[in-house]
Ligand binder design. Structure first.
Ligand SMILES: Cc1ncc(COP(=O)(O)O)c(C=O)c1O
Length: 380
């Protein structure tokens, strides 16, 4: 099987699975307990926090654990809204955010907050001037993802950071779920970023665990009340085995990228070179300002789900744009925001690569794609 759906999820590294299992078996205490088993669990938890903080070159106080990207996004948006509502009720998100941001903003709008969407250009890049025009006296949050999960566009986080220098009270949130280990940290973790959200299963960690970079001095209302874990900010017994395994996966992922920094880009380039020779293929991912692991394309006249299943029959796994929208059979909201013709957008598929993929797999993909292309051409 060839697995090209790595933006949906990645397989846990065997080393991290081993860590997860051993930690579950051997570290049986609750970090909140006073006895030595609790102390042991706390030590491991804090070691994992330090490892993650060191990787991002931030302090341990700036790392908060969550259950993944969705929780992180919900927490930053709602936590900001509830914390700052006395000062303002206006939030700005981009028009291409993941549903974890978009739907959260919709919920907040139902609660009386005002939400504006900053538009994108035909490549899916946020228009920073238009975003600047949306900022108001009562704006409390700007949320722009680092890498779009459907087409791979890299957003101008540095430019937005410069813009927001003039507005120090606005929380700047970056959903970096698809960016970490794929594009260099300095692209999305600037000094002006207040919060960035991450999910372990996108970098070969366990599912259901993630973390937030939370700039020191910034405040969010907690969403989970209870025993006061995570410095009173997120109650609930910590998932120590998953957190320790996540820290390991992050370290290994960064090591792998450092060893072969151009590998993903080379795979994608080979894919684009081949696909561009087909008349009926449209590539939506921009040529520049795009992450090296995501390629969104359409085969004109063939619905995305038809192509996904035809490839699946040949043991090649891809998805229709995002994993979240594929089962709902909804067209890609990112392509709509990019003004892609809606009929063509229904033909979109997303190929998302991983460090472990090979040129041989790209070649095999192209052989199968070519066969399907000829078959579909006969039917059409
Ligand atoms: C950009 C982005 N944000 C948030 C999420 C949600 O992360 P999780 O699956 O950990 O809830 C995803 C998952 O696909 C994503 O791609």
């Amino acid at each position: 099987m060839i697995y090209f759906d790595n933006s949906a999820t990645t397989a846990i590294f065997p080393e991290s699975l081993d860590t997860y299992v051993k930690t579950s078996q051997r570290v049986t205490g609750n970090p909140s307990s006073l006895h030595f088993l609790g102390v042991q669990a706390t030590r491991l938890l804090e070691q994992a926090r330090k490892q993650i903080a060191d990787t991002l070159q931030v302090t341990t106080e700036e790392v908060a654990f969550t259950s993944g990207g969705t929780e992180g996004d919900n927490w930053v948006l709602k936590g900001t809204a509830f914390e700052k509502q006395a000062y303002g009720k206006h939030l700005i998100i981009s028009s291409v955010e993941h549903p974890a941001v978009k739907k959260t903003a919709e919920q907040l709008a139902h609660l009386g907050f005002d939400v504006d969407e900053a538009p994108v250009d035909k490549d899916g890049i946020v228009d920073v001037e238009q975003l600047a025009g949306l900022i108001r006296e009562d704006t409390i949050l700007v949320s722009v993802m680092a890498v779009n999960n459907e087409v791979g566009t890299v957003q101008p986080i540095q430019k937005i950071s410069s813009l927001l220098e003039k507005y120090p009270k606005i929380h700047f949130h970056v959903d970096a779920v698809q960016a970490i280990t794929k594009i260099a940290n300095q692209n999305w973790l600037t000094d002006r970023v207040d919060f960035a959200t991450f999910s372990a299963h996108k970098f070969h960690g366990p599912r259901g665990v993630g973390f937030i970079y939370w700039k020191s001095g910034r405040r969010l209302q907690p969403l989970m009340a209870g025993g006061g874990q995570e410095r009173e900010q997120r109650s609930g017994t910590e998932n120590v085995p998953a957190i320790v395994a996540m820290a390991k996966s992050l370290r290994i992922s960064f090591e792998k990228v450092t060893q072969r920094p151009e590998h993903l880009a080379d795979l994608k380039k080979a894919l684009i070179n081949e696909l561009s020779t087909y008349d009926k293929v449209t590539i939506f991912s921009p040529k520049e300002n795009c992450a090296p692991h995501i390629l969104c394309m359409a085969l004109k006249g063939i619905r995305g789900e038809v192509l996904v299943h035809a490839l699946e029959e040949k043991e090649i796994i891809v998805s229709t744009t995002s994993a979240c929208s594929s089962k709902k059979n909804t067209a890609s909201s990112t392509l709509a925001a990019m003004n892609v013709d809606s009929a063509l957008a229904t033909c979109a598929i997303r190929i998302s690569l991983d460090e472990s993929n090979t040129i041989a797999e790209i070649e095999q993909f192209m052989i199968v794609f070519n066969q399907l292309y000829q078959q579909f051409a006969k039917i059409n």
